[in-house]
Ligand binder design. Structure first.
Ligand code: SAM
Ligand code: DTB
Ligand code: SF4
Length: 334
């Protein structure tokens, strides 16, 4: 039985990442089966509610006003458009609806409108997630009071590599917002991006930051950099796919009860690589043709992949969970 730890050293995590591939994946799959049904994957759909013209300079992001990317900017979407997108997502089988805005932080007026969206999406029977940039404690509390389920705010990379990617805010700023979200009682979704030219040491340090938070994030998105022409990171050498899988496996071992999301970058991954990520303990994906501004695999491709692998989407908030012969009953879990 694996315990929940918050005191991982960098060396311990590097030792995990250095294991022979089969040993690492075998260990991750073992941890996975202690806590989850291996045949179930959580399915979220993303919507960009405010696109482009962001004042931040994140080197990976097509929405930064600092880069020259061909992108249709959009003001904050009307609530009825968001509600109808959410309805469509639910009808196609998503159980969580994630809304992203290209802001450094929301104004209080922005937040009024987002809160209306959260209410409208909840009414569809979906879990809600938003990612809006930095929050004050009062703003986090308002979102919690509106019934928001999750807040996404990624640490993106190691504290040491962060300055190579973003100059307009600090790692500490990110950690502060995560602390406020946690204090408000909202579930935390935070992870990172791989393939930005970081080293294995940086990936270990990112995982260490996530795993040593006072409580593990409920959701850990592991993104592969989507290279967009016009962004500074366009043309970065691609990461070895096995290195990506290793990082997913280590995330599973370090955060046994968290959902680990195989996040952006699936369009560029083979079915075999995605299957290895599920084997390594990934159990959540974005579902739908579009991420925020870039493509995601089509729903047909995903349905076929799930079918070939014997995976079923997790039940939604109001639905009964399906029993799986190998999943341990709640009472036996750590
Ligand atoms: N502006 C808010 C923020 O940065 O927190 C919310 C939206 S932002 C687009 C959400 C996350 O998307 C980023 O933290 C980053 O991890 C991810 N992201 C953005 N561009 C990406 C890309 N090209 N490839 C992979 N992930 C990306
Ligand atoms: C996360 O970790 N990845 C998503 C979501 N959280 C907000 C965003 C991926 C964005 C990929 C680039 C784009 O489509 O603009
Ligand atoms: Fe703005 Fe978020 Fe993109 Fe950074 S990642 S440029 S904060 S939208």
């Amino acid at each position: 039985m694996t315990g929940i730890r918050h005191d991982w050293s960098t060396a311990e995590i590097e030792q995990l990442l250095d294991l022979p591939f089969s040993d690492l994946v075998f260990r991750a799959q073992g941890v996975h089966r202690e806590h989850f049904d291996p045949g179930r994957v959580q399915v979220s759909t993303l919507l960009s509610i405010k696109t482009g013209a962001c004042p931040e300079d994140c080197g990976y992001c097509p929405q930064s006003a600092h880069h020259h990317v061909e992108l249709e900017r959009e003001r904050l979407l009307p609530v009825d458009e968001v509600a109808s997108a959410a309805r469509g997502a639910r009808e196609r089988g998503a159980t969580r609806f994630c809304m992203g805005a290209a802001w450094r932080n929301p104004t209080d007026r922005n937040l009024d409108q987002v809160i209306e969206m959260v209410r409208a999406v909840r009414e569809q029977g979906l879990e809600t997630c938003v990612t809006l940039g930095m929050l004050t404690q009062a703003q986090a509390q308002r979102l919690a009071d509106a019934g928001l389920d999750y807040y996404n705010h990624n640490l993106d990379t190691s504290p040491e590599f962060y300055g190579e990617i973003i100059s307009t805010r600090t790692y500490e700023d990110r950690l502060d917002t995560l602390e406020r979200v946690r204090a408000a009682g909202i579930s935390v979704c935070t992870g990172g991006i791989l393939g930005m030219g970081e080293s294995r040491h940086d990936r270990a340090r990112l995982l260490q930051q996530l795993a040593n938070l006072p409580r593990h994030p409920e959701s850990v998105p592991i993104n592969q950099l989507v290279q967009v022409q016009g962004t500074p990171l366009y043309g970065t050498d691609a990461l070895d796919p096995f290195e990506f899988v290793r990082t997913v496996a280590a995330a599973r071992i370090l955060m046994p009860k968290s959902h680990v999301r195989l996040s952006a970058g699936r369009t560029e991954m083979s079915d075999e690589m995605q299957a290895l990520c599920f084997l390594a303990g990934a159990n959540s994906v974005f579902y739908g043709e579009q991420l925020l501004t870039t493509p995601n695999p089509g729903m047909d491709r995903d349905r076929t992949l799930f079918q070939r692998l014997g995976i079923e989407p997790e039940a939604g908030p109001g639905e009964p969970p399906a029993a799986h012969p190998e999943a341990k009953p709640e009472a036996q879990r750590a």
